[in-house]
Ligand binder design. Structure first.
Ligand SMILES: C[S@@+](CC[C@H](N)C(=O)[O-])C[C@H]1O[C@@H](n2cnc3c(N)ncnc32)[C@H](O)[C@@H]1O
Length: 328
């Protein structure tokens, strides 16, 4: 099955055509897609794609109806001991050693997100639509990792780039840590509208620990979008945002501009062919770069288990690596 970043094979044109036919059939009847179907058809940048792996299950989610609208209530999973997770992560060494103590984050939270809206014909003509398709595994893993590393975010100014439909990572930080401020951004207007709605809903339900949470459109390749920001950030986070080589330079320049001199950018992304490696090569022109494939023992164990038991799991497409950037 074809996913973002997967190379076409000899049967790919036929498959792509079949998928597109199915897509247009669905589009004729309105919109498509159900999150539950394992081979659900997705549309990404006018290319047919399927998404077969639906994430590591690091959070619980339940469908709820609020004021007649479909929402998802995301909570921490009771069977994941985030405190224990934090302890494991820190004992792995590196800069975490001593930076936090077990028990600083209970890991328990409640977050409301708009249910994934189906992909519509009008979406296909707009700017990159990948953020409206689903919450990608890299975002889920990033949110989980953030939960276990509260000292990085407490009292800090944080910006999420390319947060997609939910900015799950940024929103989980907003729910669990008293950050000074969180700016949740994406280049796609529909993603920003969904995020705006989520911020309003979570404010209303008082789920946020951080009082200053906002959202705006920010395209990395539109310099005015970030040059107009009056502040710089201690931490920049982003998930699954390096799959297009044409944006690597723009993304690096954007991060370089919005990051404080002593700040850190933390990016989670799967390899997706050469795309992550190419991004790292580009990023080294601007930053000190640290790449890790073993940033969480819990996620690593789940990854190992998926490799052996799930034929639909692809390490190349689904297992996110962590890239840390610091200004040189
Ligand atoms: C694969 S999605 C990942 C979304 C989300 N982080 C996740 O993992 O669920 C890539 C995101 O990057 C955004 N994006 C792509 N190119 C961009 C650009 N030049 N400027 C800003 N955002 C961009 C898209 O709108 C999309 O939401």
């Amino acid at each position: 099955m074809l996913e973002m970043g997967e190379h076409a094979t000899s049967s790919a044109p036929r498959r792509r055509w079949d998928l597109l036919s199915k897509a247009f059939e669905e589009l004729k009847t309105g919109c498509s897609t159900s999150e539950k179907q394992p081979d659900t058809l997705r549309i990404v940048n006018n290319a047919a794609t399927t998404r077969r792996f639906h994430g590591f299950g690091l959070f619980s989610r339940e469908d709820v109806v609020i004021d007649g609208e479909q929402w998802i209530r995301v909570t921490s999973r009771k069977d994941f001991a985030i405190e224990g997770y934090a302890a494991t992560a820190y004992s792995a060494g590196e800069e975490h050693a001593g930076s936090d103590t077990v028990g600083t984050s209970s890991g328990s939270f409640e977050l409301f997100l708009r249910k994934e809206a189906a992909v519509c014909l009008t979406d296909l003509t707009g700017f990159d639509n990948t953020g409206n398709i689903c919450i990608w595994p890299a975002e889920e893993v990033m949110a989980f990792w953030c939960l276990g590393n509260p000292s990085l975010f407490r009292g800090k100014r944080i910006c999420e780039l390319g947060g997609g439909m939910a900015s799950l990572g940024g929103n989980v930080i907003a729910c669990t840590m008293p950050a000074e401020m969180l700016l949740l951004t994406d280049g796609n207007e529909k993603c920003c509208a969904n995020c705006e709605a989520a911020i309003a809903q979570n404010r209303k339900r008082q789920t946020y620990s951080c009082e200053n949470v906002s959202s705006r459109r920010l395209r990395w390749d539109v310099t005015e979008d970030y040059r107009c920001l009056a502040i710089t950030f201690d931490v920049v986070i982003a998930a699954d945002c390096v799959f297009k080589a044409e944006y690597h330079e723009a993304l690096c320049r954007c991060i370089r501009h919005i990051l404080k001199n002593d700040g850190i950018a933390i990016i989670f992304a799967p390899k997706r062919g050469n795309t992550l490696t190419d991004f790292v090569t580009r990023a080294k022109e601007y930053f000190e770069v640290l790449v890790s494939d073993r940033y969480s023992e819990d996620v690593f164990s789940l990854h190992e288990a998926q490799k052996t038991k799930s034929p639909e799991y692809s390490e190349n497409l689904n297992y996110p690596l962590q890239v840390k950037l610091r200004i040189k």
